[in-house]
Design a protein around this ligand. Structure first.
Ligand code: ATR
Length: 263
C-alpha cells in the first residue's frame, strides 16, 4: 500500500482525505493507494516527516503552519517552491524528500481566465499571499499588494515583485484576491480590508482563499453585484489535483474531487 497524507492542523485539512480518496477510487487506485490526515504540532514536524520518509509514506500535502518547515527539510526543491519560499507537496522516494508547491498553479487553474495583462490586487502578505503573487506575476498580471501590516507587503514585493499599496482604489483592478485570513473566524471583511461592499462591481473577479461551510461574506457580496467568483474550495481542489498528478502520474478527476471536497 502506498500511503499519502495531509500533514497539518485539523482545521486546514478536514476536506483533503475525502477528496483524495474519492479521486483514487475513481482512478481505480484505491487498492494501491490511501490518503489520511496526520495532525502534527510544529515542534514534531521535522522529526516525524524524516521518519515518514523511511517508513513507506509516498507523498504528503502540507498545510498551515508547516509550509516553510517543509521547504527547509527537503533534499530537493522545485524551482517554484524555492522562489515562493513554501512547499505544500512532498514526495518521498528512496528515503529522499522532494518539495514542490502546487498552490500557485492551483490558483491559476481555478481562475476563469488568464490573468495576463490584468491589474490584480492581492490582500495579505503571509505564505498564502506569496504563492498568489508569484503565480499572478508569472502569468503576466500587474500585481499590487495590500497588507494590514504594510511593511510585510513591502518585504514581499521586494522579494517576489509587484508593488505594495496602502490605499487601493478598487476601480483600477480587475482581479481581487483575498489571501488574508479575514473571514475565517467571522471577521467583517469590510471592516478589516481596505474597501467597502459598495466598491465591488460586476467587472471584478473576486477570489477568496478563505472557505467554510457557507460562502464567505466577500463572495456573497460579489455574487450580489454580478462579479465572477472563485472560492477557496475550488483552489483546494485544483492544488490537490496537481499534487495527485505528481504522486500517481495520473490525470486527476476534477469533478469527483470537487464533489467530495464540497460534501
Ligand atoms: P498564511 O501563511 O496562511 O498566509 P499568515 O502568514 O499568518 O498566514 O498571514 C495571515 C495574513 O492575514 C496576513 O497578511 C495578516 O496580516 P498581518 O501581516 O498584518 O498580520 C492577515 N490578517 C489576519 N487577520 C487580519 C485582520 N483582522 N485584518 C487584516 N488582515 C489580517
Amino acid at each position: 500500500m502506498k500511503r499519502l497524507a495531509v500533514l497539518g492542523h485539523p482545521v486546514a485539512h478536514s476536506r483533503s482525505p475525502a477528496m483524495h480518496n474519492a479521486a483514487l477510487a475513481e482512478l481505480g487506485l484505491a487498492r494501491e493507494w490511501a490518503y489520511e490526515a496526520i495532525d502534527l504540532a510544529p515542534d514534531e514536524f521535522e522529526p516525524r516527516v524524516r521518519a515518514m520518509a523511511t517508513e513507506g509514506l509516498a507523498g504528503a500535502n502540507v498545510t498551515v503552519p508547516h509550509k516553510g518547515a517543509a521547504l527547509a527539510l527537503a533534499d530537493a526543491l522545485s524551482e517554484t517552491a524555492r522562489e515562493i519560499g513554501a512547499a505544500n507537496t512532498l514526495s518521498f522516494e528512496a528515503g529522499e524528500i522532494r518539495a514542490e508547491n502546487t498552490d500557485a498553479q492551483g490558483l491559476l487553474d481555478a481562475l476563469p481566465e488568464s490573468p495576463a495583462g490584468q491589474r490584480a490586487l492581492v490582500l495579505g502578505a503571509g505564505g498564502a499571499a506569496r504563492a498568489v503573487v508569484w503565480a499572478l506575476l508569472r502569468e503576466g498580471a500587474d500585481v499590487e499588494v495590500w497588507n494590514r501590516t504594510a511593511s510585510r507587503a513591502e518585504t514581499l514585493c521586494a522579494e517576489l515583485g509587484g508593488k505594495s499599496v496602502e490605499a487601493p482604489d478598487l476601480r483600477t483592478y480587475r482581479l481581487l484576491v483575498n489571501s488574508t485570513s479575514v473571514g475565517l473566524h467571522g471577521e467583517d471583511p469590510f471592516v478589516e480590508l481596505p474597501f467597502q461592499a459598495s466598491h465591488l462591481e460586476d467587472r471584478h473577479t473576486m477570489v477568496d482563499l478563505v472557505y467554510g461551510d457557507s460562502p464567505s461574506q466577500l463572495l456573497t457580496i460579489a455574487a450580489h453585484v454580478g462579479a465572477r467568483r472563485v472560492d477557496g474550495i475550488e483552489i483546494l481542489v485544483r492544488q490537490g489535483a496537481r499534487s495527485l498528478e505528481i504522486w500517481t502520474g495520473h490525470s486527476a478527476p476534477l469533478d469527483v474531487m470537487r464533489a467530495a471536497a464540497r460534501s
